[in-house]
Design a binder for this molecule. Structure first.
Ligand code: ADP
Ligand code: MG
Ligand code: MG
Length: 507
């Protein structure tokens, strides 16, 4: 069998066929033309596979599905078959990962840049303001993070008109689906092999996706750097989480001793705590050691804490500060978190700003080539253009998790209102060029039902960065997440209910 191309190491191997000729780059054919008998079989097999392999989420129709594991599971929303994606753009996205990792690290060290960039936003956005307060406090006490860990995901869309791969955003906190997305690639590979004769496509064209094992491996390496065998990795979670299995995949990979393959045995214990629990049961010792429920915490892995709703009271903010002040390794630190804000993304896209952080001109050119148009709302020309042609823009506040952006006529209405009011609220937003990916026919499966849809895709590349002082231990891409959504939907979140998990079929 052909070894699939990898996304998870810096060098990207050539794809070879068994005959050593270059594979014919046949795109996936229109799945809407698959006859109904075959389609039924494919859906049935996909549903069985997902249930048996843990490609599952909590069912929104079952009340306890977000709090009690094993209760109310449903298969994750998926594309039935992978969708075509150009190999050259996929390679480009993989190549960008270590450069973005380095950029995040450099920017995070420039406290003044972060504070200055977000200073106007701070006045009008209470949530960003609280994050900045914690960051200021760390600057004041001269807090240094020697061991720095980033588990990021950079998201892209391929703009149809220009054929450019353009970055949507860079996520530095709580990047979801590293646990499940690798399973989707496995599922698609399994279906393509099984139905090879009927579908006429090659499962080897789905890139290897080791997202869960790679992230677990990096968390284990960070834990090792902390150098306390009895310490744990603490996953910070929301009290209710229907996407818990995505997270449990990482925790289990860290902890469980598999008989095979032995290489996966990290033997690192994990605990899961909400911010409120950390406030109630956590403390720091005089040397900065973080202890929660009498467990010493080596690594804090945030899968919560990115949204205002994660902080319903002062208790959650106290927990965030306690963790930041501690000597535990934070994934992410407050600086890494702020570096991932949309405002910082927009600032970095301004002329000569990347040059402040990176020396290598090739790297800078590569990053710049994937930047879409990004503007601050104090750019009157950009605002004027967006009012005239709102469909060409997206307005974004400093929020994560999907469902927060403004599109279409609402862009115009909001901009006109802000202009009239002359309010400072404009500093809460950035303006971004709207990207229009190619629309293609696809099959989306939700709650056991297959829908024929016209859709668009967004490619996310997971990446990890771990360093201890001057030593960079890991700087790598770690697999991918393909999300596909009906073309009429603006937003793309899977958890938010807009998109499904997909994988890519390289053409
Ligand atoms: P979040 O941090 O909430 O995920 P994003 O910037 O990723 O915010 O926006 C959410 C979704 O909105 C994306 O997944 C994508 O589907 C859509 N989107 C964001 N920016 C653009 C853009 N410039 N062009 C087209 N769609 C976009
Ligand atoms: Mg985001
Ligand atoms: Mg996003």
């Amino acid at each position: 069998m052909n070894s699939p191309p990898k996304c998870g190491s810096r060098s990207i191997p050539e794809i070879k066929t068994t005959t050593q000729q270059s594979l014919v780059k046949t795109p996936m054919s229109d799945p809407h033309t698959i006859d109904s008998e075959l389609l039924q079989k494919l859906v049935y097999d996909a549903l069985v596979w997902s249930s048996l392999h843990g490609l599952v989420v909590g069912d929104r129709n079952v009340q306890r599905s977000g709090s009690t594991p094993g209760v109310g599971l449903v298969h994750a929303p998926i594309a039935l078959l992978p969708n075509s994606f150009p190999e050259s753009h996929w390679n480009q996205a993989c190549e960008l990962a270590p450069i973005f990792n380095e950029l995040v690290d450099r920017v995070s060290l420039d406290g003044k840049f972060l504070q200055d960039t977000l200073s106007r936003t701070k006045k009008v956005d209470a949530f960003t303001s609280r994050l900045l307060d914690i960051h200021s406090r760390m600057l004041q006490i001269g807090k240094k993070e020697d061991i720095r860990l980033g588990l990021h995901r950079s998201d892209y869309m391929l703009d149809e008109n220009t054929n450019l791969l353009l970055q949507i955003e860079l996520n530095t906190i709580s990047c979801s689906f590293s646990g499940l997305s690798c399973l989707v690639s496995d599922l698609h590979r399994s279906l393509l092999s099984q139905y090879n004769k009927h579908l006429g496509v090659e499962s080897g064209r789905i890139p290897t996706n080791n997202s869960a094992s790679k992230f677990a491996e990096v968390l284990a390496k960070a834990w090792k750097e902390y150098n306390n065998p009895s310490a744990v990795v603490m996953v910070v979670v929301q009290p209710e989480e229907r996407n818990m299995y995505d997270q449990h995949w990482l925790g289990t990979t860290l902890t469980e001793k598999y008989p095979f393959p032995l290489i996966n045995t990290h033997n690192v214990r994990t605990i899961r705590k909400t911010l409120a629990e950390i406030d109630a049961h956590g403390k720091t010792l005089s040397d900065g050691t973080l202890v929660v429920d009498s467990e010493t915490v080596a690594v804090i892995y945030f899968r919560a804490g990115y949204a205002p709703t994660d902080y319903p009271s002062e208790s959650e903010w106290k927990a965030r500060l306690l963790m930041e002040e501690s000597s535990a390794i934070k994934c992410p630190s407050i600086s890494y978190h702020l570096t991932g804000t949309k405002k910082v993304q927009q600032e970095l896209a301004k002329p000569n700003v990347l040059e402040r952080f990176l020396e290598n001109k090739d790297d800078i050119a590569k990053l710049r080539a994937c930047f879409a148009g990004l503007w601050s709302l104090d750019d009157s020309n950009a605002v004027k253009n967006a009012i005239e042609q709102p469909g060409g823009f997206v307005m974004k506040p400093q929020r994560e998790g999907g469902g927060n952006n403004i599109y279409g006529d609402e862009v115009k209405e909001t901009l006109v209102r802000l202009q009239k009011e002359g309010s400072e609220e404009e500093a809460a937003y950035i303006l971004m060029q709207r990207i229009f990916p190619k629309v293609f026919p696809t099959l989306l499966v939700r709650e056991g039902i297959c829908y024929k849809e016209e859709a668009i895709s967004e490619l996310g590349v997971f990446s990890a960065y771990l360093r201890n002082n001057e030593k960079v231990i890991i700087n790598d891409q770690c697999g991918y997440l393909m999300r596909t959504k009906v073309s009429s939907s603006n937003e793309g979140g899977v958890a938010a209910g807009f998109a499904v998990l997909d994988s890519l079929y390289l053409t």
